[in-house]
Design a protein around this ligand. Structure first.
Ligand code: ADP
Length: 211
C-alpha cells in the first residue's frame, strides 16, 4: 500500500505529537476535519494509527505491514552496498578462482583497464571452465564471463526493494552497483556490489530493530 503525501504528513504529525485529536491535526495542516476524515479512515483501517475516544489518534503499537513497507522502500542501494570486488578482463580463469577465494566472494565484477564494467563472473562460470579441461592459467576470464550489455546492474539511488526484485527475476546472486561515466550510459564505473547476503543482512537488521 502506497501512502499519499498527505497521509505521510498525518503519520509524521501523530508520530511527533500523538495522542492528538483530529481537530489538532486538521489545524496543523490548515484543513477542515471533514477533509481529513477519509485519510484518517484509511490510516486507522490499515492499522497504522489507532484512535481512542477523548484521547485522539496515536501510532499503533503493532507497526502495520504498510508502515514496514514504507520504511523498506526508503532504503537505497547506496545505504547498504558493499565494496566492489573486481578483476581485469585480461586476468586468467586461474587468477579469477584464486581471487574468489582470497576475497571470499561468490561473484566477481570484470573491468577493463579504465575500471569500466565489462562483465560478471560467477562460481558456476568458473566451475564450467575448470571442468572443460583447458589450461586455466592461459584462458582469459573474459572467455567465460557474462558480458555487457547483458549485465543486470543497480545504482546507489535505486531502492533496495527494486534491486532485490531484479536479483529474484534474473536469478542471479549479485548486482554490480554502477554509475554512468558518459552521457549515454554505455560506460559504467563499478562503485559497489549488492548481493543476496547484503539483503539478508538488511533483513536481519530490520527484524532486530537495528536500523
Ligand atoms: P552461480 O552461477 O554461481 O549460481 P549466479 O546465479 O549469480 O551464480 O550466476 C548465474 C549466471 O548469471 C552466470 O553465468 C553469471 O555469469 C550470470 N550473472 C551473474 N550475475 C549477473 C548479473 N548481475 N547480470 C547478468 N548476469 C549475471
Amino acid at each position: 500500500m502506497q501512502l499519499s503525501p498527505r497521509q505521510q504528513q498525518i503519520v509524521a504529525i501523530v508520530k511527533r505529537s500523538g495522542p492528538i485529536t483530529s481537530q489538532q491535526i486538521a489545524e496543523e495542516l490548515n484543513l477542515t476535519r471533514a477533509a481529513l476524515r477519509p485519510d484518517l479512515a484509511v490510516l486507522t483501517m490499515s492499522g497504522i494509527l489507532e484512535a481512542r475516544p477523548r484521547v485522539g489518534y496515536f501510532l499503533s503499537s503493532k507497526p502495520s505491514q504498510a508502515l514496514v513497507a514504507e520504511e523498506i522502500k526508503k532504503i537505497k542501494v547506496g545505504d547498504v552496498k558493499g565494496l566492489p570486488r573486481v578483476i581485469r578482463a585480461s586476468a586468467s580463469v586461474y587468477d579469477a578462482i584464486v581471487n574468489m577465494f582470497i576475497e571470499d566472494v561468490g561473484t566477481l565484477m570484470v573491468v577493463d583497464e579504465e575500471g569500466h564494467l565489462e562483465g560478471v563472473l560467477s562460481r558456476k562460470d568458473l566451475l564450467k571452465a575448470a571442468i572443460g579441461g583447458g589450461d586455466l592459467q592461459k584462458m582469459p576470464a573474459s572467455v567465460v564471463m557474462t558480458r555487457m550489455p547483458n549485465i543486470i546492474c543497480t545504482t546507489p539511488e535505486e531502492s533496495v526493494l527494486t534491486a532485490a526484485r531484479k536479483i529474484i527475476e534474473h536469478e542471479v546472486d549479485a548486482l554490480p552497483v554502477v554509475r554512468p561515466v558518459d552521457g549515454q550510459g554505455k560506460k559504467l564505473e563499478v562503485v559497489g556490489r549488492l548481493t543476496k547476503t547484503t539483503i539478508t543482512r538488511l533483513f536481519v537488521e530490520l527484524g532486530e530493530g537495528g536500523r
